[in-house]
Design a protein around this ligand. Structure first.
Ligand code: GTP
Ligand code: MG
Length: 197
């Protein structure tokens, strides 16, 4: 699928103010600093579209980006931010989990995992939570340019193994790099297929 237009639509802290749920949308989520905003900029090929930062916790709002006037990419705040206070973590849980459970137009959640780290409890628990609530998701292993293909494959194998304690089959996986654009065609093709219905 080709992206002709990508524009920032709105930022929200409250789920009541989101755009009407009439266009298909795809949410990007994962631990703080895993590369959600960078991936969105890579997919849309618009560098400053989603704000990125080396400091974890940059994205604090639900950001909607309208693509080709037909569907949305949604940038979500990261989870597992070690320095976040307990109360702000609780707020994240309520707000984001409410959005994920109730958003009728949400087609699929892309869960981003750092391809350089062994399976993290917080990522696995989040996948289990999505599974429990029947929310469709796929896995995206990010920052693949930072290490060898072999090491990325080891991370993926370990993560899949951990998921199989809970799921009968593992969701689809993508390997991406915001630096080299690896994985771009695959993710956009996948979204194109879902949009076609
Ligand atoms: P929060 O909004 O804080 O949750 O972070 P985020 O998940 O949106 O991460 P962001 O896209 O802001 O990226 C965090 C840092 O990782 C930035 O310094 C990026 O330049 C870097 N980064 C992201 N993706 C890649 C990648 O594929 N390769 C490399 N080498 N660096 C990346
Ligand atoms: Mg971000």
């Amino acid at each position: 699928m080709l992206i002709h237009t990508a524009e920032f639509k709105c930022s929200n802290t409250r789920t009541e103010k989101l755009p009407p749920p009439v266009l298909p949308e795809y949410a990007f989520i994962g631990r703080s600093n895993v590369g959600k905003s960078s991936l969105i900029n890579m997919l849309t090929q618009k560098k400053g579209l989603a704000k990125t930062s080396q400091t974890p916790g940059k994205t604090q709002l639900i950001n909607h980006f309208l693509i080709n006037d037909k569907w949305y990419i949604v940038d979500l705040p990261g989870y597992g931010f070690a320095r976040a206070s307990k109360s702000s973590r609780g707020e994240w849980e309520r707000f984001i989990k409410y959005y994920l459970k109730n958003r009728e137009s949400l087609q699929c959640v892309f869960v981003l995992i750092d391809s350089r780290v062994p399976p993290q409890k917080v990522d696995l628990e989040f996948c289990f939570w999505l599974g429990e609530h029947g929310i469709p998701f796929m896995l995206v292993f990010t920052k693949a340019d930072k290490q060898s293909k072999h090491k990325t494959q080891l991370t993926i194998a370990a993560f899949k193994k951990a998921l199989l304690d809970f799921f009968e089959e593992v969701p689809q996986q993508f390997i991406t790099s915001s630096e080299t654009q690896e994985g771009r065609d695959e993710i956009l093709t996948c979204i194109g297929e879902i949009n076609k219905g």
